[in-house]
Design a protein around this ligand. Structure first.
Ligand SMILES: Nc1ncnc2c1ncn2[C@@H]1O[C@H](COP(=O)(O)OP(=O)(O)OP(=O)(O)O)[C@@H](O)[C@H]1O
Ligand SMILES: [Mg+2]
Length: 337
C-alpha cells in the first residue's frame, strides 16, 4: 500500500443502485467499489449506458426518483456514511463538500437568474452577507475561472453567454464552494475541441487552487490520459479494471480495457460507440450470468460464463509501488497472481 487510509476522502464499497423500468429491473450500478484520495483525479470511463452517471448521482443521492433506488453498499465521506444522512444533511453536503458539474452544463444554470445571483447563492450557504459584498465575491469567482470582463458578465443571464462561458460559470460555482470532492460528469462531449481543452485546463486550475479531489467521468480514454491519476473502467454496471493510469495504458489487462484503449480517437474525431469492439453492450434487463463482457470477448473461456469473475491483481502488480493496486475482473489473470 502506498497510501494511508487517512488519504481517502471518499470510500465507495459495493454500491448498488437499481432502476425500475417498464422493461424490468436494471442493475445500473451493480457492486461498485473504489477509493478517492486527497487531491487526486480519478477517471471513470466506459461506454454509453455503462452506469457512470448513475454511479456519480448515487454518490450525492441525486438519482432519478421514484425510478431509481440505492439498494446496497456504502459511501463514506471522510469516514461518515452518506447513505444514512437525512435529506437536510445531504443538502448541506452537496452545498459544501461534494460539488457536481452535470453532464449538461446548461441544465445546471437557472435561466431566470443572473449568473452573479447564482454564484452568490453558493456564498449564501456559507452565511448571510450584504448584497454589495456578494457581488464582489461573484466577480472574483468569475475572474478565478478566467471569464473576461467579469464586472459586466456578472449581470448576464445564462442565455447571454456562450456554451464555453456557461461551462466556466458552472466551474465558478464549483470553485466558490471549495469542495472536498468535485464530480465532473462528461462535461466535454457537447463542446468543440478548443473549448474542451480550455475546460480541461479550468478543471486542473480549480484543483490547483482548492486541492480538491476530482472524479472525472468520460468515455474518452484520450482525456483520461491527460487528466487522471487513476482510472476505473466500467462495463454494464461493474468496474472491470482499475489502477494507475500509466499502468493501465502500459498493461491493460481486461480485454474490454484493451479494446477501449485501442479505439482512442484522434483529437478531431468523435466516437459515440466503440467501433473496434464487435457487438453491443448487453441489454441491461437481461445480463449474462457470468462475465458481462463474455459475449463480445475474443478470449472467452467456458468458466467465464459460469459466474462473475472477481478482481485479480495484474501481472504488473506486486512490486510494492503504485502498480500493486492495478487489478482486473478477468479470468485470464487467474493463477497469474
Ligand atoms: N432516468 C432513467 N430511467 C430509466 N433508466 C435509466 C435512467 N437513467 C439511466 N438509465 C439506465 O441506467 C443505465 C446506466 O445509465 P447511465 O446514465 O449511468 O450511463 P452512462 O454510463 O452515464 O452513459 P453515458 O455515457 O451515455 O452518459 C443504462 O442502462 C440506462 O439506460
Ligand atoms: Mg452519463
Amino acid at each position: 500500500m502506498t497510501h494511508s487510509d487517512s488519504d481517502v476522502v471518499l470510500a465507495v464499497e459495493n454500491l448498488q443502485t437499481h432502476l425500475y423500468t417498464k422493461r424490468g429491473l436494471v442493475r445500473a450500478v451493480d457492486g461498485v467499489s473504489f477509493d478517492l484520495r486527497s487531491g487526486e483525479t480519478l477517471g471513470i470511463v466506459g461506454e454509453s449506458g455503462s452506469g457512470k452517471s448513475m454511479t456519480a448521482l448515487s454518490l450525492v443521492r441525486l438519482i432519478p426518483r421514484p425510478a431509481a433506488r440505492i439498494v446496497g453498499g456504502s459511501v463514506r465521506l471522510d469516514g461518515e456514511e452518506i447513505l444514512e444522512k437525512s435529506e437536510a444533511e445531504m443538502r448541506a453536503i452537496r452545498g459544501e463538500q461534494i460539488a457536481m458539474i452535470l453532464q449538461d452544463p446548461q441544465s445546471s444554470l437557472n435561466p431566470v437568474f443572473t449568473v452573479g445571483d447564482q454564484i452568490a447563492e453558493t456564498f449564501q450557504l456559507q452565511g448571510k452577507q450584504p448584497r454589495g459584498r456578494m457581488r464582489e465575491r461573484a466577480i472574483a469567482a468569475l475572474r478565478e475561472v478566467q471569464v473576461a470582463d467579469p464586472e459586466n458578465r456578472v449581470s448576464n443571464f445564462p442565455h447571454e453567454m456562450s456554451g464555453g462561458m456557461k461551462q466556466r460559470v458552472v466551474g465558478a460555482i464549483a470553485v466558490a464552494r471549495r469542495p472536498r470532492v468535485l464530480i465532473a460528469d462528461e462535461p466535454t462531449t457537447s463542446l468543440d475541441v478548443t473549448i474542451q481543452a480550455q475546460y480541461l485546463r479550468l478543471l486542473r486550475s480549480i484543483q490547483q487552487q482548492t486541492g480538491t479531489s476530482i472524479i472525472f467521468i468520460t468515455h474518452d480514454f484520450g482525456i483520461v490520459a491527460k487528466m487522471c491519476d487513476r482510472v476505473a473502467v466500467m462495463y454494464a454496471g461493474r468496474i472491470v479494471e482499475y489502477g494507475p493510469v500509466h499502468s493501465i495504458f502500459a498493461t491493460p489487462s481486461h480485454p474490454y480495457t484493451q479494446a477501449l484503449i485501442a479505439s482512442v480517437p484522434s483529437p478531431d474525431t468523435k466516437v459515440e460507440r466503440l467501433e473496434s469492439i464487435e457487438g453491443q453492450p448487453p441489454v441491461p434487463w437481461d445480463l449474462p450470468k457470468g462475465c458481462r463482457f463474455a459475449p463480445r470477448c475474443p478470449f472467452v473461456m467456458d468458466r467465464c460464463r459460469a459466474d462473475y469473475p472477481p478482481m485479480f491483481a495484474t501481472q504488473s502488480a506486486g512490486d510494492g509501488d503504485a502498480e500493486a493496486e492495478h487489478a482486473a475482473a478477468c479470468r485470464l489473470l487467474e493463477g497469474e497472481s
